[in-house]
Design a binder for this molecule. Structure first.
Ligand SMILES: Cc1cc2nc3c(=O)[nH]c(=O)nc-3n(C[C@H](O)[C@H](O)[C@H](O)COP(=O)(O)OP(=O)(O)OC[C@H]3O[C@@H](n4cnc5c(N)ncnc54)[C@H](O)[C@@H]3O)c2cc1C
Length: 556
């Protein structure tokens, strides 16, 4: 039984709950009654749907849609059931087709009002939110909705696009252009030359040739243009745990919020195979699952999220508000800024490293990477908790894992529970005082890895096709160079100087939270705490600013 089938069997009643007359009466005030004659396509794959559609009379057929789809049936809804999944929470394009079977009468609740339902109707809102999330999980597991990626599996660009969609929780299918008959038929049909691979077939029918993540996101409706005239109460740079926590608290307290992230939601935490020390999750939780909850929660409260959008320049041109210039030439205006850009992985100091990055040298250990190295021998370098988690995760999938550690022990950098677990893994060999000194291979394919003992200089090499690198991180602050914000000698943002708020930078109205901040504890809980806590300082700043403006206006 497939994962999607299992989910359907075990949680059908939560995924497709029946709402009684009392529930329907409560929902009526949030929407409007609409009639859909027999045959109307109420939701069309690739197009923004009118909202959540609660059926009062008639039947609706939901099936896979899009330009290239088998049109397989998903579910049929009748009175008391509703159409919708997470896309309808933020006006993103629908992932399925829904067609009226006979005349249908329904209450249509647009995205903005749906968010009001979730906040104002606590118990009913919980049931709806759970259903929306489970339906998205079902579509992800079904692997039959969303864009179709076609290209050589394991190639750098296929991995780049697959990882982008996976880390942003967007359903998709990846077909191998070398071995998949369906992929080859599609390539012939669209006369695609091998040099244009990978291609993406979007649900709306567009074909993208080796697109950037931003072009793909725009095509599938994940990324929308930013209104240049709107001034947000706060713009948050970074959608890791610190940024998402700030977004949840700021949006739930009525501030207008925009969150920018250049890669995906979840930051480093989203890359963690299993977080076991985050309060409230005694059995542990995958970083992506934890962060997906936070991402949905932020959207529920109305935070706008733009991914992938990179902040490149921060200015205060007229001293009346901040402007962030984005990589795509758009500009964001905001009264206050929360810097939550965290840190990015450090790279190994090996001359030909870039020849293998994206194909055989990995900075994440997820299902995508394990598919490439299952049953093989791999090397992992690093000795922090992230290295430990990745080792535990990978050990169950690979033949042998060499853990290359520069230091004399694991105890000084890794939590004891991970050390104990690693010691119990028969196929993991920990090499202390060791570092990688060479990579051998050709055309992006790694064949052999060399390492040497740091004290004796003794060199060893093995046939290894994949290296996982978890050797720490540096702050994402280069883009702040010209902003006037004080950074410490290592590039971290300095806060709390001269008795100011602990999370305030030297520029009024600009705050820093999480790993990007000098002196922060590099943990998910600490980042979440700072992100939640900064919002009271943002409120205080905005109130002061308003008062000063009113005073000035009165004086003029
Ligand atoms: C593999 C791994 C496993 C871990 N496991 C654990 C664990 O088990 N427990 C624990 O407590 N901690 C763990 N950590 C540490 C924890 O994940 C971090 O401390 C935490 O994620 C920091 O959160 P943050 O929001 O400050 O920054 P980050 O998580 O780094 O997020 C920052 C975000 O900002 C974005 N960004 C950066 N610059 C820009 C820009 N200019 N424009 C737009 N966006 C930008 C990035 O793309 C990123 O998404 C782990 C870290 C890693 C790497």
């Amino acid at each position: 039984m497939g994962d999607a089938q299992t989910l359907l069997e075990t949680r059908r009643h939560q995924m497709f709950p029946h709402l009684d007359d009392h529930d329907v009466a409560r929902l009526k005030r949030f929407g409007e009654i609409r009639h859909f004659p027999n045959g109307t396509l109420i939701m069309k794959t690739g197009e923004v749907a009118p909202g959540l559609v609660l059926i009062e009379k008639g039947e609706v057929d939901v099936r896979q849609g899009g330009a290239i789809s088998s049109g397989a049936a998903i579910v049929q809804h009748g009175p008391g059931h509703f159409l919708g999944e997470l896309a309808q929470l933020s006006d993103r394009p629908a992932l399925v087709d829904a067609k009226a079977l006979g005349d249908v009468e329904a209450i249509v609740i647009p995205a903005r009002r749906l968010r009001d339902v979730l906040v104002q109707e606590a118990e009913l809102g919980e049931r709806l939110m759970r259903a929306l999330i489970l339906r998205r999980v079902g579509l992800l597991q079904l692997g039959q909705a969303g864009p179709i990626l076609i290209g050589p599996l394991g190639s750098a660009d296929m991995l780049r696009l697959e990882n982008f969609l996976r880390r942003n929780g967007h359903p998709h299918r990846a077909l191998d252009s070398n071995n998949d008959g369906c992929a080859q038929t599609l390539l012939k049909r669209f006369t695609i030359q091998p040099e244009h691979l990978p291609i993406v077939l979007c649900p709306g029918g567009q074909i993208l040739r080796n697109p950037s993540e931003a072009d793909l996101a725009r095509c599938i409706g994940l990324l929308k243009p930013i209104d240049p005239d709107f001034v947000y109460d706060t713009a948050i740079v970074g959608a890791g745990p610190a940024g998402l926590a700030a977004a949840v608290y700021a949006a739930s307290e009525g501030l207008s919020v925009l969150v920018l992230d250049c890669r995906s939601f979840g930051g480093q935490a989203g890359a963690s195979a299993r977080i076991e020390n985050y309060l409230g999750f005694p059995t542990g939780i995958s970083g992506l699952a934890l962060m997906a909850r936070a991402y949905n929660q932020a959207q529920k409260f109305g935070a706008e999220i733009a991914i992938p959008d990179e902040a490149q320049l921060l200015e205060d041109p007229d001293h009346r508000g901040y402007q962030i210039k984005l990589g795509n030439s758009e500009t964001v205006s905001a009264r206050s800024i929360v810097l939550a850009g965290g840190a990015r992985y450090r790279r190994l100091d090996i001359a030909n490293l870039s020849d293998f990055e994206g194909t055989c040298v990995h900075y994440w250990a997820s299902a995508v990477e394990t598919r490439l190295c299952a049953g093989q021998d791999v090397v992992l370098c690093g000795a922090g908790n992230s290295a430990g988690q990745a080792t535990v995760f990978l050990a169950g999938k690979v033949n042998k894992l060499w853990m290359v550690v520069r230091g004399r022990d694991l105890e000084s950098s890794m939590s004891q529970y991970l050390i104990d677990r690693i010691r119990g893994l028969p196929n993991v060999e920990v090499l202390l005082r060791t570092e990688i000194c060479g990579l051998e291979g050709s055309e992006g394919s790694l064949q052999r890895v060399h390492w040497k003992h740091r004290d004796t200089g003794q060199e060893t090499s093995h046939v290894v096709g994949h290296v996982f690198s978890f050797i720490g991180a540096e702050p994402n602050t280069e883009w702040l160079g010209a902003s006037g914000i004080h950074l410490d000698g290592n590039g971290f943002v300095v806060t709390g100087a001269n008795g100011s708020h602990a999370l305030a930078t030297n520029c009024a109205g600009i705050f820093a939270v999480g790993d990007i901040r000098c002196g922060s504890v590099k943990r998910v809980a600490a980042a979440v705490g700072e992100g939640s806590g900064v919002v009271s300082a943002v409120h205080a700043y905005l109130a002061e600013r308003r008062a000063a403006q009113e005073q000035k206006a009165a004086a003029e």
